[in-house]
Design a binder for this molecule. Structure first.
Ligand code: FES
Length: 157
């Protein structure tokens, strides 16, 4: 069953009532939202479900870069800015991302399809420079590979 067809309570019920389930629960709640973000109701539900104070849940949601409290695009493009990727040419990939998407870091394309973000090491340094589009790791980035990947997510290929 797709996430968006489940109620938030049904999503929560698939996770243990334990603080250790917090990050997975937040991930699933965020994925279920059209804006690819966590709402205040999501944070309250997560806090109640795993038995943590709301402030602790909000801290987790703001600490980890994969979560957002602001609406984002349907696809999240996250370029690694850590040293290995930087040295391997991440900034030319970033220039191409900015050019093709027409947005800057932290912004969403006007059609709501992509949000561009930076992130720390994605654990794929062997294929630096690296970006993630949603859950897909895309390595050995070149401007051409950036264009091809974005075109695929736009359904152009
Ligand atoms: S430094 Fe970019 S993936 Fe590790």
């Amino acid at each position: 069953m797709k996430e968006e067809t489940l109620t938030k309570d049904a999503i929560a019920s698939r996770h243990p009532r334990s603080p250790s389930a917090l990050l997975a629960l937040l991930h699933d709640l965020q994925t279920a939202n059209a804006g690819n973000c966590l709402t205040p109701d999501d944070l309250a539900l997560a806090a109640s479900h795993v038995g943590l104070p709301l402030s602790a849940v909000r801290d987790a949601a703001t600490f980890y870069s994969m979560f957002s409290l602001r609406p984002r695009g349907r696809h999240i493009v996250r370029l690694c800015e850590s040293p290995n990727c930087h040295l391997a040419g991440a900034w030319s990939a970033l220039a191409e991302l900015r050019r093709v998407l027409g947005v800057d870091i932290g912004e969403t394309t006007p059609d709501g399809l992509f949000t561009l973000e930076l992130t720390s090491c994605l654990g794929a340094c062997g294929v630096a420079p690296v970006m993630m589009v949603d859950d897909e790791v895309v390595g050995n980035l070149t401007p051409a590979r950036v264009r091809e990947t974005l075109a695929r997510y736009r359904g152009e290929r």
